[in-house]
Design a binder for this molecule. Structure first.
Ligand SMILES: [Zn+2]
Length: 394
C-alpha cells in the first residue's frame, strides 16, 4: 500500500507540474508582447489619449475619440523652454525635437506607450531642441534621423552626433524639396533650408509642412525672418491650417508677410514659464491677432494634444482655456501719431515706406485721415480699421 501511495503522489505531482507549465505558457506576459509594452495602461492602449487630456477636455469627448481613433495625433509637449512634438498615427511615431536636458520627454513618450520612433527630426542643433534627444536616442529604438546637417561646436551636439552615427540609424540630411510619404495622405515635405545658402543656426532650422489628410501643419523650428523670406521667395505652397509658431514666439520670427501667406487658423507657442527671453513677444502676438489665428501656449496650457481627422481637427489642452487673440493687452494697439516705424509696420498694409510717410504726415485726427498718406486708399484704410491694431490719440 505504501508503494501505491508513493506512486499516486508522484503522479499527482507530475500532473500538477504539467498543469502549472501549461498555465505559465499561456499567461506569460513576455510570450506574446514585447517588454516595453508592459508599461501600457489600458486607457492609453484603447484611445491614445492620456487621462489628463480627457480630464481637461470639456464635455464628453468619447465620440471624438472614436472619430479620430484611426487618424492622427499631434502632441505638443510642455517641456519648459524648448520644443518637443510627437506626431502619431496607428503605425508611425515621429518626434520633432526633444526639448532641453531633463525636459521630461522620456516620461511623456513612455506614458504614451511609444516603443519605437520611426523618425526623429532635430530641427537645428541648439540645446533646447536636441539635448533631450540624447536621452531619447539612448532609450528608444530609432529608425531614421533627419536634421539640417549643420555643425555646432557644443558638446551636446557632439554627443547627439555620436549617437546618431553609432546606432543602426538611417540618417537623412533634410533640405528644401525633400519629402517622405508615410501613406497616401500622410506625408512630410521639407521646405527649408535650401542647400545653396549658409544661414545662422536658427535660420538653418528644418521647416516641415506636414500633410494629415486634408489638414496641413507647418512646423518651423526656430526659423526667423531670414528663413521666412527665403521660404516666401522659394514659391513653396505654405498655406497651412496649423502652425508651430517660430522660435518660441520671438519677435524675430513670424513676419506679417509670412504669417499672412501661411494663414493659419490655429497656432501653438512652445515656451517656458517665466522664460528669460520674455517669449512670446508682443510683436509676434500682434501678427497672429492681425491674421486671426487662435493661439495656445505651452506655458499656460500645458501639453496640448491635437486630434486630426480626415478633414477636421480639435485641440485638447492639459489646462483648459483658449488664448483668444482679441484679449491682447492694450500696448499692442499702435498709435499712428506717435509710433515708430517698427510698430507702424504691424498695421496691415503698412510697410517701411508707408510707415515713413505716416510719420511725415502727422498729426492725424482719425484713421480716415490716413487718406492723406500716399498709397493708402479707401479699401486699405477699411482693412486697417478692421484689423483693429491702429489707433489715434493726440
Ligand atoms: Zn529654441
Amino acid at each position: 500500500m505504501k508503494r501505491i501511495g508513493k506512486l499516486l503522489l508522484s503522479l499527482l505531482l507530475i500532473l500538477l507540474a504539467i498543469i502549472g507549465f501549461w498555465v505559465y505558457q499561456r499567461y506569460d506576459p513576455f510570450d506574446k508582447i514585447g517588454k516595453n509594452e508592459k508599461v501600457l495602461q489600458p486607457e492609453i492602449e484603447t484611445t491614445g489619449i492620456p487621462e489628463h487630456y480627457l480630464a481637461a477636455a470639456e464635455g464628453d469627448i468619447a465620440d471624438e475619440v472614436e472619430e479620430y481613433r484611426s487618424s492622427w495625433r499631434i502632441h505638443f509637449f510642455n517641456v519648459g523652454q524648448g520644443d518637443a512634438i510627437l506626431i502619431q498615427d496607428e503605425n508611425f511615431n515621429i518626434l520633432i525635437d526633444g526639448g532641453d536636458r531633463n525636459s521630461g520627454i522620456i516620461d511623456e513618450l513612455k506614458t504614451l506607450a511609444v516603443d519605437t520612433l520611426h523618425w526623429v527630426i532635430a530641427t537645428h542643433p541648439h540645446a533646447d531642441h536636441i539635448a533631450g534627444l540624447i536621452d531619447v536616442l539612448q532609450t528608444f529604438p530609432v529608425i531614421n534621423v533627419l536634421d539640417p546637417g549643420v555643425d555646432h561646436s557644443s558638446r551636446i551636439y557632439g554627443n547627439y552626433r555620436e549617437l546618431v552615427n553609432a546606432g543602426a540609424i538611417s540618417y537623412t540630411r533634410g533640405f528644401a524639396g525633400w519629402s517622405y510619404s508615410f501613406t497616401d495622405d500622410f506625408a512630410m515635405e521639407v521646405i527649408h533650408p535650401d542647400t545653396l545658402t549658409q544661414y545662422d543656426i536658427n535660420n538653418s532650422s528644418i521647416v516641415i509642412r506636414m500633410q494629415l489628410g486634408s489638414t496641413y501643419a507647418l512646423l518651423t523650428g526656430d526659423a526667423e525672418h531670414e528663413a521666412e523670406n527665403a521660404i516666401l521667395a522659394s514659391g513653396f505652397d505654405i498655406d497651412s491650417d496649423i502652425i508651430k509658431v517660430g522660435h518660441h514666439g520671438s519677435k524675430t520670427s513670424s513676419s506679417n508677410e509670412f504669417i499672412a501667406a501661411v494663414s493659419p487658423e490655429w497656432g501653438i507657442i512652445l515656451c517656458g514659464e517665466d522664460n528669460k527671453y520674455n517669449f512670446p513677444h508682443a510683436e509676434a502676438l500682434a501678427v497672429y491677432q492681425a491674421n486671426q489665428t487662435s493661439l495656445f501656449q505651452s506655458d499656460t496650457h500645458g501639453d496640448v494634444l491635437l486630434l486630426v481627422g480626415d478633414s477636421t481637427y480639435e485641440a485638447f489642452p492639459e489646462f483648459t482655456g483658449i488664448f483668444v487673440p482679441d484679449a491682447l493687452p492694450a500696448p499692442l494697439r499702435v498709435n499712428i501719431n506717435s509710433a515708430g516705424i517698427d510698430s507702424l509696420t504691424l498695421i496691415v498694409n503698412v510697410g517701411d515706406v508707408t510707415a515713413k510717410r505716416i510719420i511725415e504726415n502727422r498729426p492725424f485726427k482719425s484713421l480716415d485721415d490716413l487718406s492723406r498718406v500716399k498709397g493708402l486708399g479707401l479699401a486699405r484704410i477699411a482693412a486697417i480699421k478692421e484689423q483693429g491694431v491702429a489707433m489715434v490719440t493726440d
